[in-house]
Design a protein around this ligand. Structure first.
Ligand code: ADP
Ligand code: MG
Length: 364
């Protein structure tokens, strides 16, 4: 990816009547980037993509591509293509004509169009299906026709609106890998919309999380998961335990919090300065360690920091991991996930068994 952003979205607003679907949203996308837009249904993801593609006009704000303001440039003149959520194939046209559709307006010769279609058919492995109509295709094949059609004009920026939502899990995983391969091979910039957090993490260089028309955080998958910048993000991206409390003391990069449901909890001080004493401490289930009370080499554990007692109240076996619910003596219900690896004989607990729960301040 180069330094100059390919796409610059600057304080863009889109209203439908009195409803603000996209709310002063700003975002830079680098050339060659694989960017995922993640967010719950109705948060404005499709509306944002439609403005980038030129199907909707922002009420205010600016969209620049390669430094040029593209407001007023009609969709088919933008170096941007969009693959729609429902694929939007033309039912009466063959695979071949669906793929060629966007090329007809691009003043290419018949031979150039034929060559480009053949290239796209090979790229998405649809060889032999050129004459079929959409109704003669499976869901996965329709998805690939839509992708080939979107790629055919060789856009600089490809927008994919929930392209994998209708596929079964195996096909989805396969197609995720295919999209990553295509994006690298073609050297294009992709913005993919998904409401699936794992899918976003699996594919994207960076993820923008949208909520109610706003971008709440833009970060790498790791930053997003390990350093969410709000309670909402922490809860939206992956499982998390959240304990509410009040700051008791702060020193040397740590904050000690008095909580009703878990007693005293110590966390690494957050990056942003705390502006209030009312806080919540958040810890991922896989960072919660269970034991039968035996001492560990963990320094915090030895000093009794974040060492809480409780009872196993629920067990869910999930294959690679087991998810335990622990009811702390103080009342909080914590989720702890334990990898089902070589230590499984040691790390398996029974329902109603008393356990000690531990977690490091740095993991909070
Ligand atoms: P998402 O793709 O994140 O699910 P959308 O961008 O489709 O969300 O929609 C965001 C909000 O804007 C929704 O509440 C939706 O009902 C509303 N909306 C979208 N398009 C229109 C429209 N053409 N007219 C009125 N409301 C719309
Ligand atoms: Mg949508």
């Amino acid at each position: 990816p180069s330094d100059l952003p390919l796409l610059q979205v600057d304080a863009v607003v889109k209203r439908f009547g009195g409803f603000t679907a996209v709310d002063r949203l700003s975002l830079d996308i680098r050339a060659g980037e694989f960017f995922a837009l993640l967010g719950p249904s109705g948060c404005g993801k499709t509306t944002l993509l439609r403005m980038l593609a030129g199907f909707e006009t922002p009420d205010s704000g600016r969209i620049r591509l390669g430094g040029q303001d593209i407001s007023g440039v009609p969709p088919h003149r933008r170096p941007v293509n969009m693959m729609f959520q429902n694929y939007a194939l033309f039912p009466h046209l063959s695979v071949r004509d669906n793929i060629a559709f966007g090329l007809r307006r691009a003043s290419l010769s018949r031979a150039e169009i034929d060559a480009r279609v053949a290239e796209m058919v090979a790229l998405v492995s649809l060889d032999g299906m050129e004459k079929r109509k959409p109704e003669q295709l499976s869901g996965g094949q329709k998805q690939r026709v839509a992708l080939a059609r979107a790629l055919a004009r060789r856009p600089r920026l490809l927008l994919l609106d929930e392209p994998l939502a209708a596929l079964d899990m195996k096909l989805r995983e396969y197609t995720q890998a295919e999209l990553m391969r295509l994006q690298r091979q073609l050297g294009m910039t992709f913005i993919i919309v998904t409401h699936d957090q794992e899918e976003a993490m699996m594919m994207a260089d960076r993820i923008g999380v949208m909520n109610a028309g706003r971008l709440e955080q833009v970060a790498t998958p790791r930053q997003l998961y390990e350093a969410p910048n709000s309670r909402w993000i922490a809860e939206f991206v992956g499982g998390i335990n959240i304990i509410d409390g009040e700051v008791e003391s702060r020193d040397a990069g740590r904050v000690t919090v008095a909580t009703q449901a878990a007693g005293q909890v110590t966390a690494a001080a957050p990056v942003q300065a705390l502006t209030t004493d009312q806080v919540c401490v958040a810890i991922r289930p896989e960072k919660v360690r269970l034991s039968r009370g035996e001492a560990t080499s963990d320094a915090g554990d030895a000093a009794g920091i974040n060492r809480l007692e409780g009872v196993i109240s629920g067990i869910s076996y999930l294959g690679g991991q087991t998810r335990y619910q622990v009811r702390l003596d103080r009342g909080a219900l914590l989720s702890a996930s334990v990898a089902n690896n070589v230590r499984r004989e040691v790390d398996a607990y029974d329902k109603a068994e008393r356990v000690v729960v531990c977690f490091a301040p740095d993991d909070c």
